[in-house]
Design a protein around this ligand. Structure first.
Ligand code: ADP
Ligand code: MG
Length: 363
């Protein structure tokens, strides 16, 4: 089922008495979410992710704009009639019910021709429990499960009515690091197996990048960029997106273009043909540096952090906008380095941005 947001805006009245302006939680959001895909809705806290999800679920009504599931306009349809499955950060299971009863619970609300017998409900719960791999625990209470298992129960409960759209709001935030990794792979597998269009909200860029068919990056209620994770990483439309994606983050410098050459401080680091003389903000990915004794970019070497096969070189440069830069290089390349390190840059890992608008400048 494709999901269409058509110029969706949501404002809330401002509770701050001195400020009469409404809070714009989501601003003019337009996107057609393709059928059967997993979309990661990504951005810092407060950027409007949950509001967007709640507009799709129907828990909130847009101030303006329309929402469609397939060709159905669902803007005025109540959440329980939209055919959605919802999972939140806190699993919100019923503590006095068993796992099976929790999963079956939504089926008990079915009426009329959809009404199911107890035996059919149990069979359906068992089927879904197998899908999310919690079938050995059907007769336990939630308190007798780990956090990851509880979240699987919540996912099973959201899936049991075979929703048209699955909505997940930071579903992994309460899990420890290892379980988060494991559960996100599980979500990806379940999504593939069921083919249910899924919208996955997270503030964690790595999480979104790793499991999404496409990511939507938001800031202050405004969609910044939509695309396949690797494409957005490689071609960020502005400095915010460039900085938000990637660990370690992109290194940011103040630079100048003169006669088709990019300068960082005194160092002429790259040819940038076709760009007229101007000041620029320069982003260089950590993997964009190559250690080279004759390289044009000279840095003070602060530390070398070992990460196994690769090392992270922590270095200083006068044009850098933060205290140090981080370069990920091969461990063999840093042998014998002491006070300084020189780099050559990989052109496709260098991005230029307007110093004022922060929009990307293509070259
Ligand atoms: P996110 O999920 O990305 O952290 P939210 O969608 O929850 O962000 O919130 C987006 C913005 O809308 C925030 O500035 C938040 O304070 C505001 N907001 C959310 N819900 C309400 C509400 N019910 N009343 C007033 N402001 C709200
Ligand atoms: Mg939220």
């Amino acid at each position: 089922m494709k999901v269409v947001l058509d110029h969706v805006t949501k404002t809330f009245p401002n509770r701050n008495k001195k400020d009469k302006q409404d809070v714009i939680a989501v601003s003019d959001f337009t996107y057609e979410i393709p059928d059967g895909k997993l979309i990661g809705l990504l951005g810092p806290s407060g950027c409007g992710k949950s509001t967007t999800l709640n507009l799709i679920s129907g828990l909130l009504k847009p101030t303006s704009g329309r929402i469609f599931f397939g060709d159905d306009d669902v803007t005025d349809v109540a959440p329980e009639h939209r055919g959605i499955g919802l999972v939140f950060q806190n699993y919100a299971l019923y503590p006095h019910m068993t796992v099976a009863e929790n999963i079956m619970f939504p089926l008990g609300n079915l009426r009329g021709k959809d009404k199911m017998s107890k035996a059919d409900m149990r069979a359906k719960a068992e089927e879904i429990a197998r899908l999310v791999q919690i079938d050995p625990y059907l007769d336990r209470k939630p308190a007798e499960l780990s956090g990851g298992q509880q979240q699987r129960v919540a996912i099973a409960r959201a899936l049991v009515k075979m929703p048209r759209v699955l909505l997940l709001d930071e579903p992994l935030s309460n899990l420890d690091a290892r379980l988060r990794l494991q559960t996100r792979e599980e979500i990806r597998r379940i999504q593939r197996e069921t083919g249910i269009t899924t919208i996955f909200v997270t503030h964690d860029q790595e999480e979104a990048m790793s499991i999404s068919d496409a990511i939507v990056v938001m800031k202050d209620g405004v969609v910044q960029q939509i695309g396949a994770p690797q494409d957005v990483y490689n071609d960020p439309c502005n400095l915010f997106v460039a900085k938000f994606l990637g660990t370690p983050p992109i290194n940011v410098f103040s630079g100048t273009v003169r006669a088709g050459k990019l300068y960082l401080g005194e160092n002429c680091v790259l040819e940038v043909p076709g760009i007229s003389d101007r000041d620029v903000t320069v982003g260089i990915r950590p993997e964009g540096f190559e250690v080279d004794a004759d390289g044009p970019m000279q840095c003070a070497l602060n530390a070398i952090e070992v990460m196994g096969r690769d090392v992270s070189v922590v270095a200083g440069h006068p044009a850098c906008q933060s205290t140090s830069i981080r370069a990920i290089v091969d461990a063999d390349d840093v042998k014998g380095l002491s006070m300084t390190v020189r780099f050559r840059l990989k052109p496709h890992k260098v991005e230029l941005f307007d110093t004022v608008t922060e929009e990307r400048i293509g070259f």
